[in-house]
Design a protein around this ligand. Structure first.
Ligand code: CAA
Length: 283
C-alpha cells in the first residue's frame, strides 16, 4: 500500500498527534477541521511539541521545518479526493461521525481505506453508513499519540483481511505497535481501563480515600505512570463518563454503572485538565 497523502479529520489533541506521527514518518498530511482556526490551532500545537524536541536535541531545526511543511491545513472534506488513506478523529459523537463517513465515502477514491480513531463507538455501525464497509476499520491511538506505542486496530464485522493487513503495516510504518481486537463496546483498552478509573472514583465517592491517596496507591504500588484520577482528568471526565455509559448500555451489566460522583462533576463542568478543574486543579 503506497500512502503518499494521509488525511486526518479533526485537529484536536488526538488528530494533531496522528498528523504529527504521519508527517514524521514522511507522509504528506492533510489536517482537516471545520474551521481554519481549529486546523491552524492543531498545526501550531504540533509546532510547539516539535520545538521542544529540537530544544532537547532529539530533532534538528531543519527536520522540524520539513515535518511542518508536510502538514497542510484543510477545511473541506472534499479534499478527501486527494487522500490515499483517511483517519477520522473528530468529536466522539455517532451522528457527527456517520455524517463525516457518508461524505468521505462519496468523495474518497473507491479503494481508499476509511479508519476511525473512535475510543468506543461501534466500528460496524459507522461502516454500515458507507458503501465500502469492508474498507472501514478502527485505528485507536492512545494519548499522547507521539509517545504511546499502541494502536488498537479494531475490525468491524465486515472489515476485510486485506484491509486489516494494510492498517497493521501502516501502524508499523508510523512507528507504532498494532494490536488486533474485535468490535465490542470499549474494545479492549477502554473496557479494561475505564472500569478501573470508575472504581477509583467510587473510592473517593464512598470515602475510602482522598484522590491523592488513591493515585499514590496505584502509582507507587502498581507502577502506573499516572494515578487513575490524574489519568481521568487527563482523558477528560466527560469522555470517561461517555465511555462508561457505552459500556453500561452495550454490555448491560450493572458492574459498568458510572459512579454518581463522575456524573455530578461532569454536570458541574469539572471536566479535568481541559476545564481547569477535575479531581485536581490546573492553572
Ligand atoms: N505530547 C507529546 N509528547 C509528550 C506529551 C504530549 N502531550 N506529554 C508528554 N510528552 C513527552 C515528553 O515530552 C517526554 O519526552 P522525552 O522523554 O523525549 O523528554 C515524555 O513524553 C515523558 O514526559 P514527562 O517526562 O513530562 O512526564 P512522564 O514521564 O510522566 O510521562 C506520560 C508523561 C507519557 C503522559 C505518562 O505520564 C503516561 O504514560 N501516562 C499515562 C498515559 C496513558 O495512560 N494514556 C492512555 C490514555 S487512555 C487513551 O488514550 C484511550 C482512550 O480512548 C481514552
Amino acid at each position: 500500500m503506497a500512502i503518499k497523502t494521509f488525511m486526518v479529520i479533526g485537529a484536536g489533541q488526538m488528530g494533531a498527534g496522528i498528523a504529527q506521527v504521519a508527517a514524521q514518518a514522511g507522509m504528506q498530511v492533510l489536517l482537516n477541521d471545520i474551521s481554519a482556526e481549529a486546523a491552524n490551532k492543531g498545526l501550531a500545537g504540533i509546532g510547539k511539541i516539535l520545538e521542544r524536541n529540537v530544544a532537547k536535541g532529539k530533532m534538528s531545526a531543519e527536520e522540524r521545518e520539513a515535518v511542518l511543511a508536510r502538514i497542510r491545513p484543510s477545511t473541506s472534506l472534499e479534499d478527501a479526493a486527494a487522500a490515499d488513506f483517511i483517519v477520522e478523529a473528530a468529536t466522539e459523537n455517532l451522528d457527527i461521525k456517520t455524517r463525516i463517513f457518508q461524505t468521505l465515502d462519496r468523495v474518497a477514491r473507491p479503494e481508499v481505506i476509511l479508519a476511525t480513531n473512535t475510543s468506543s463507538l461501534p466500528i460496524t455501525e459507522i461502516a454500515a453508513v458507507t458503501s465500502r464497509p469492508a474498507q472501514v476499520i478502527g485505528m485507536h491511538f492512545m494519548n499522547p499519540v507521539p509517545v504511546m506505542p499502541l494502536v488498537e486496530v479494531i475490525r468491524g464485522i465486515a472489515t476485510s483481511d486485506a484491509v486489516y493487513a494494510c492498517v497493521d503495516e501502516l501502524a508499523r510504518a508510523l512507528g507504532k505497535t498494532p494490536v488486533e481486537v474485535n468490535d465490542f463496546p470499549g474494545f479492549v483498552s477502554n473496557r479494561v481501563l475505564l472500569p478501573m478509573i470508575n472504581e477509583a472514583i467510587y473510592c473517593v465517592y464512598e470515602g475510602v480515600a482522598m484522590p491523592e491517596a488513591v493515585d499514590a496507591v496505584m502509582k507507587l504500588g502498581m507502577n502506573h505512570p499516572m494515578g487513575p484520577l490524574t489519568l481521568a482528568d487527563f482523558i477528560g471526565l466527560d469522555t470517561c463518563l461517555s465511555i462508561m455509559e457505552i459500556l453500561h448500555e452495550g454490555l448491560g451489566d450493572s458492574k459498568y454503572r458510572p459512579c454518581p460522583l463522575l456524573r455530578k462533576m461532569v454536570k458541574a463542568g469539572w471536566l479535568g485538565k481541559k476545564s481547569g478543574k477535575g479531581f485536581y486543579e490546573y492553572a
